[in-house]
Write a protein that binds this ligand. Structure first.
Ligand code: NAD
Length: 477
């Protein structure tokens, strides 16, 4: 008997969890549950993370977690439990299958069947944000090679094990050449290990447009955290309803399964919510722990229920649907069909999939050479020439001011009058092409700037890695 942790959550959570657990039990799944309390009550009792230390222990002990949606109270100070859980437990892969059930659930895309695999720990979600000047705040986008390798390998392994034909990578590396560029580069490297699987890369903007218009052109999509967050909601919605999709969050040790929708507080306590999203989460969970037969039974019974037009209010449509049912009645109908297979929708067959996920191996360190520094300054003036002339006074023999940019656009030397400038300036000091400097040179630049009464807010070192410049140029440079 495999023990799993469950949390009934807030709003419609307890109703859809009860429905889901009844179905799981009736399917013969070899599981027992251990319940923890997370969410609104825990937040409001003064715990800003929404979960107690004892509950963490239960999750870590059982390793597999089925979570109903929770309400994050409005107002400052409350940390999203979802983001915390994903990061604390290292749940690096968010997997969201988005499939249409045409003609039984209305959709413009009758033939849609994609799986979005989203990096779950990095990117702008690191939440490293600072105000630097009166006018400028920043959020750091951190992308790591292990982060890219783990998620991209997961996507190809998933495609291989689940008989998928193609993996598509979405990035914006025409703009973010370092961060998104690394993701794309690692994608190309790992794709070579899977010659039997087609691979392609799209720029996210046109790729997202194509996906919303012609989702049947895609199979497995792998992308960075923020793009994946947006894209996966679009995909679930155009498949028919965000109320029908479940997702898994997979880590090396632990995993969490959920519906993708929220706690729908206005529907709470009325026994009307659609439990399908959490049922799909439970099916993903059962497959993950090797309980394929009950997973298959539930999915086929669920498909049969949907194609017989037995629908909750959110997907009920006159002319398509036959009976509008409550949350608990929907569960009863699925239970009554356990053992049946759908007649029109495609029957599913699941077997035990083991993804061969090699652990990350750090490469030998590159030769890293310091070739300059970007010094960011808070300066309330307006004329870049005036700042340029002042900053130039702080140059050293080895480090010369090569440019000043404002929000990434070069404004000195030779900027354009039309460029709008804020009070946040980046002054780039570089060596001539060949020479390498010691960090002491940078300390001298900062000391000089300070003596000139310039307000240094941060510095960013400029490096060459294995002889290649490893920083972006200013726009217009
Ligand atoms: P929501 O997903 O709860 O609701 C959006 C809309 O969809 C509402 O009209 C709702 O009635 C409907 N809906 C959602 N699930 C449904 C279901 N199963 N059956 C029928 N109708 C359903 O999104 P929201 O209103 O933006 O958020 C409400 C709360 O949920 C917020 O506190 C938010 O922080 C939280 N939330 C939690 C999670 C999670 O725990 N994974 C995810 C998203 C939002």
């Amino acid at each position: 008997m495999k023990k799993i942790t469950i949390a009934k959550g807030d709003g419609i959570g307890p109703e859809i969890m009860d429905a889901t657990l009844r179905i799981m039990k009736a399917s013969g799944a070899n599981i027992e549950t251990e319940e923890i309390e997370v969410g609104e009550k825990v937040y409001l009792s003064g715990n800003t993370s929404g979960i107690s230390a004892e509950s963490w222990e239960v999750i870590r002990r059982n390793k597999v977690f089925l979570k109903a949606p929770i309400t994050t109270p409005q107002g400052g100070g409350y940390k999203s439990l979802n983001v915390t859980t994903r990061k604390m437990l290292g749940l690096y892969a968010n997997v969201r299958p988005c499939k249409s059930f045409y003609p039984f659930v209305q959709t413009k895309h009758s033939n849609m069947d994609i799986v979005i695999i989203r990096e779950n720990e990095e990117d702008l979600y690191a939440g490293i944000e600072h105000q630097q000047t009166d006018e400028v705040v920043q959020c750091l986008k951190l992308i790591s090679r292990p982060g890219c390798e783990k998620i991209i390998r997961y996507a190809f392994e998933y495609a291989k094990q689940y008989g998928r034909k193609k993996v598509t990578c979405f990035t914006k590396d025409n703009i973010m050449k370092q961060t998104d560029g690394l993701f794309h580069q690692v994608f190309d490297e790992i794709a070579k290990e899977y010659p039997q699987i087609e691979n392609e890369h799209w720029i996210i903007d046109i790729g997202a447009a194509k996906m919303a218009d012609t989702p049947e052109a895609f199979d497995v999509i792998v992308t960075l955290n923020l793009y994946g967050d947006v894209l996966s909601d679009v995909a679930a919605q155009i498949a028919g309803s965000v109320g029908l999709a479940g997702s898994s969050n997979i880590g090396e040790e632990c995993s969490m399964f959920e519906a993708i929708h929220g706690s729908a507080p206005r529907r709470a306590g009325q026994n009307v919510a659609n439990p399908s999203g959490l049922i799909q989460g439970a099916i993903l969970l059962l497959n993950h722990i090797g309980e394929n037969i009950p997973a298959e039974k539930i999915q086929n019974a669920w498909l049969s229920t949907i194609e017989e037009g037995i629908h909750t209010y959110d997907i009920f449509k006159e002319g398509i649907s036959k009976r509008k049912v409550s949350t608990s009645e929907f569960a009863d109908e699925v239970i009554a069909r356990l053992g049946q297979t759908p007649k029109t929708l495609k029957e599913v067959k699941y077997d035990n999939k083991v993804l061969d996920l090699k652990s990350y191996k750090r490469k030998p360190q590159a030769i890293k050479e310091l070739v300059g520094v970007d010094v960011f300054m808070h300066w309330p003036g307006l004329d870049p020439e005036e700042l340029g002339n002042k900053v130039s006074l702080g140059q050293t023999d080895k480090l010369k001011l090569s440019m000043i940019s404002n929000r990434g656009i070069k404004v000195f030397p030779g900027g354009m009058r039309e460029t709008f400038c804020t009070d946040h300036w980046r002054c780039r000091f570089k060596t001539d092409e060949e020479s390498v400097i010691d960090y002491k040179e940078i300390l001298q630049i900062i000391t000089n700037a300070h003596s000139l009464n310039l307000d240094v807010i941060k510095t960013e070192n400029l490096y060459k890695f294995d002889g290649k410049l490893a920083f972006s140029l200013g726009q217009g440079q």
